[in-house]
Design a protein around this ligand. Structure first.
Ligand code: UD1
Ligand code: CA
Length: 638
């Protein structure tokens, strides 16, 4: 006999009262797919001649949900029972001569192999109908099937119509039938509603159609019909068990299978470890040796080999190999994380491409960005990608580092090997060329005595020094005072940290100078005008040169020595820089105590590069030898 054509009818017009839902029952989700979609996907692999879906209750929703599937919809305007539903096919199938697979729309776990076996059995035995039956532990709610030894159906009774004795039968009707359509078409018009539910039963047609046989399904879990939420949960459990068993067979570890879940669209390589409370959704591909969880949610993402994702969420992203994510990271859609990266504690990425060996280990937001390789994102770094209206893009070159708590306002292009100082806010579009240090933060404003006033006896914290600040010491000297001794006294008593002379005028009754390249002092015993005085002062000593003019206006100049006595007055202005500390230290190169300049310790980013200790001690442009050791107040021996 030539093989008959096969069409399929799915019954999906009922409301599903027991679900207590506004959604038609067949549209309830079991995992990612609705009940009817699961069934349809299975059925369509049989490549039926026609696939008819009978719709009624909320039919617009059902039609809409199935619009992408190659099915024809048949309306059952009033839902008067499963038999009534199939009656609607009479005008649609007409003179169809083939077999019709009738399936209740609420049986989502059916396997295609089972349907194939049913159809084959039907064609081999050639009855009017073959129904799929099952021997179950708990037959409650199902129609019971009574057969003879040849599996010929003698009786078919709905739960509600059963006698107590009949209820003991554990062989149930799965709601899946293979009819020879011409036979079914003949009996359909003659169904009646003489039953407990006052409905047209499809099971009534089975009894009337002629030879009916039953075929037991091997795995009764397959034919679970979903009538209420409890059965929905049971079906989900069955589905999960099936999936996990398959993956365990393929070499995947589930540490605590019942606490994790996944979908059919997930692909796991051997040696993947799924830790407890880990859930995978959508199309995922996970590489060998990768450990997911505990406590992670992975959605529609590709993850390479040897990764570990701990207490984190990854969605619609690609993760390379040997990547560590978490704990508590959120990798949001369109993130691409390169090999050997670390996306650590409380880090969020979104539309971020991150090159290999890069780290963002703590508390960061990386959105709409492209990072090179070996980039280090400091704790608290934020890419401010949104200006309130639009998102903007940020690029960070290889090996660049952002300091803790830096804000990168997009759009921004950060070069390679850039260092961004902690606490910096980089304005949008600010040029940051390769290999630079950028410090972009405001200077602290320190207001002493703000709360407790100067009465506070607490030791003062050293305060950062604003660059360029000077302290000024104006002096007036009186007749008879020794110019050099007075200046040494001031330098010692204030003390002057890094003092120098700003200006000096006055007169002397006598001057003692050491002239250039001389070893002895030169005494000028006449009245002289002070024209200029310059040099440095610190508690260790002073180094000053004096210019004076005599009665003829001729000048003498040399090294200031004790013995310069004030005649009328001297008006001197000294300055002190708090940014430096001068001292006199023995210099083996000259044999004299020389000026030593030390920047005051503080924020290295604020120190002028000029203040750094000299690289080459042989270059001594600013160091002037003291000619005599006795010139220093502290008397550093030479
Ligand atoms: C039905 C069977 C029962 C079987 C069980 C298996 C009948 C009379 N009973 O009972 O023997 O054990 O399935 O799961 O067939 N539907 C329509 N239009 C209607 C009524 C129902 O399309 O007027 C659809 C529903 O949407 C559902 C399917 O038919 O998808 C089954 O209906 P349901 O009410 O769940 O039947 P059961 O009581 O489970
Ligand atoms: Ca049902």
């Amino acid at each position: 006999m030539a093989e008959r054509e096969l069409s399929v009818a799915i019954l999906a017009a009922g409301k599903g009262t027991r679900m207590r839902s506004r959604l038609p029952k067949v549209l309830h989700k079991l995992g990612s797919l609705s009940l009817i979609e699961r069934l349809l996907r299975t059925v369509l692999t049989l490549k039926p001649h026609r696939c008819l879906v009978i719709v009624g209750y909320e039919q617009e929703q059902v039609r809409q949900a199935l619009r992408e599937y190659p099915v024809e919809f048949v309306e059952q305007a009033q839902q008067l029972g499963t038999g009534h539903a199939v009656q609607q096919l009479l005008p649609v199938l007409g003179e169809f001569q083939g077999d019709l697979l009738v399936i209740n729309g609420d049986v989502p776990l059916l396997r295609v192999e089972t349907l194939q076996a049913l159809v084959e059995h039907h064609r081999r035995m050639n009855p009017a109908v073959t129904l799929l039956s099952a021997q179950v532990v708990d037959p409650y709610g199902y129609g019971r099937v009574f057969c003879d030894a040849q599996q010929r159906v003698l009786e078919l009774v709905e739960e509600r119509d059963c006698t107590p004795a009949q209820r003991q039968n554990r062989r149930i009707n799965s709601g899946v039938y293979c009819f020879h359509w011409p036979a079914l078409a003949q009996v359909l018009p003659h169904l009646n509603r003489n039953n407990a539910q006052q409905e047209y039963y499809l099971t009534d047609a089975v009894k009337r159609v002629g030879k009916a046989i039953a075929l037991d399904v091997a795995d009764p879990q397959e034919i679970v019909g979903i009538n209420d939420r409890r059965q929905l949960a049971q079906a989900y459990q069955i589905l999960q068990d099936r999936l996990k068993e398959d993956w365990m067979e393929a070499g995947v570890t589930f540490v605590d299978p019942d606490s994790s879940s996944l979908e059919e669209t997930v692909e796991l390589a051997p040696d993947v470890i799924i830790e407890p409370q880990t859930h995978l959704r959508g199309v995922c591909r996970i590489g060998p040796g990768t450990r997911l969880g505990p406590g992670s949610w992975i959605e529609s993402s590709e993850i390479g080999s040897g990764c570990h994702i701990l207490y984190s969420v990854v969605s619609h992203s690609r993760i390379g190999n040997q990547v560590w994510i978490g704990p508590y990271a959120h990798v949001r859609p369109h993130s691409q994380i390169g090999d050997h990266c670390r996306i650590g504690n409380f880090v969020e990425t979104k539309n971020a491409q991150i090159g290999s060996h890069s780290n963002a280990a703590h508390l960061a937001y990386l959105g709409d960005a492209k990072l090179g390789s070996q980039v280090n994102i400091g704790a608290g770094t934020i890419i401010a990608n949104y200006d309130g209206q639009q998102k903007h893009f940020t690029e960070i070159g290889d090996r660049s580092k952002t300091g803790a708590n830096s804000v990168l306002v997009a759009p921004l292009q950060v070069g390679s090997d850039v260092t961004i100082a902690a606490g910096s806010t980089i304005p949008a579009r600010y040029p940051l060329p390769d290999d630079c240090l950028v410090i972009a933060r405001s200077r602290p404003v320190v207001k002493p005595g703000w709360r407790l006033g100067i009465r506070s006896s607490r030791p003062q914290e050293p305060q950062p020094i604003p660059p360029g600040s000077l302290k000024i010491y104006p002096l007036r000297l009186f007749p008879g005072q020794d110019l050099k001794q007075e200046l040494e006294r001031v330098a010692r008593q204030q003390p002057l940290q890094a003092g120098f002379v700003l200006s000096a005028v006055g007169s002397l009754s006598q001057a003692t100078l050491r002239l250039a390249d001389q070893t002895e002092d030169h005494l000028l015993s006449e009245r002289l005008e002070i024209l200029a005085l310059s040099g440095s002062l610190c508690p260790d000593g002073v180094h000053l040169h004096l210019t004076v003019a005599d009665a003829r206006g001729q000048t003498w100049g040399g090294h200031l020595r004790p013995g310069c006595l004030i005649y009328t007055t001297a008006e001197i202005v000294l300055a002190d820089s708090p940014e430096y500390r001068f001292s006199r230290q023995p210099d083996p190169a000259t044999g004299y105590p020389e000026l030593h300049i030390q920047p005051v310790a503080g924020d290295p980013y604020w120190s002028s590069p000029l203040s750094q200790p000299k690289q080459n001690p042989q270059t001594k442009e600013d160091s002037v030898p003291l000619t005599r050791t006795e010139d220093t107040v502290t008397g550093i021996p030479s």
